[in-house]
Design a protein around this ligand. Sequence first.
Ligand code: HEM
Length: 314
Amino acid sequence: MSEAEGNQTAPVSASSEHQEAPAQEVHDAPTPKAAVEEPKNALTEKFSQKEWDALKAFRASKTIPEQVPDALASAYPEKTDAKTTAIQLWGVTIDPSNLLDARVSVVLMKFLRARNLNVTEAKTMFIATLRWRDEFNVEAACKEEFPQDVFGSLGHIYGKDKAGRPVVFNVYGGNQDLKSVFGDVQRFLRWRVAFMEKSIELLDFENIDQMIQVHDYAGVSMTSRDANSKNAASEASSIFSSHYPEFLHKKYFVNVPSYMTWIFWLFKPLMPSATLAKMSVVGSGTSALGKALLPEIDAKQLPKRYGGEADAFN
Ligand code: HEM
């Protein structure tokens, strides 16, 4: 399901979620159990009824009353206390003994939305993501010091869109020495994942849980597409589709040399159609870029080189 579809449905109000018990006419009828208050925030207020139903089934289904603890046990088979131990994911504490937390709901909803609200598939993606984070060692990648002269000009996090989402730029023509960037594909992936995690730190999961990404291809040519950079691009793309659900609001490809726009379609089979629908190739030159980006991003938040007014990484 796309972001747009997710938001179209009417928000579920506290009253429709927890309807008051009808007045008791029979005096010896059992007192109804007090409903546990569902904590909400601006993002969960936008969940549709179908999404709430899926979320509740993700927390506890008829056959598996403890879905999340069960998922944690599958993700960490070597830990005997995995079912009861809280974990951190993107700065959100997921405590299996208390899943009634609005930010936890937002995180779990990401997996559900990425899998069209199919609880079994969302759970599989959640388990695979936790395992992958351990195997890839995301924590170590985030602590690694990457050489500034190689990666310093490739990534910038600058400004917010009009709704407050961070805007993240990947300037893949920023370093002409592509051997140094992509020669060691695994190091590039560690840098790219660490950069993604840094962008996610700007999300509060209360009001904002997505970002805008811009790929700037100024200065790239067909010779930039060697076996290593192709591998790096498809591996990074696959990591993001498999393990970073619903983090993208929109993605713009800018300054793409016109004879290379067809490359966009090479990625089509690698991405779900809902993700592809969030992406567009928007041209070159400050006036074309401004026309595409200014409706989303205020001029003061957008660097001059993209048609805005900000003096950032020019
Ligand atoms: C020639 C030099 C190029 C390099 C070094 C390069 C690099 C990359 C990298 C590293 C990624 C992984 C995803 C990410 O970092 O966010 C990527 C994804 C992608 N690139 Fe490029 N690219 C190049 C050219 C192009 C061109 C000309 C296009 C055409 C528009 C293009 C379209 C895409 C698309 C559609 C994705 C998938 C987006 C995603 O997974 O989020 N690339 N590229």
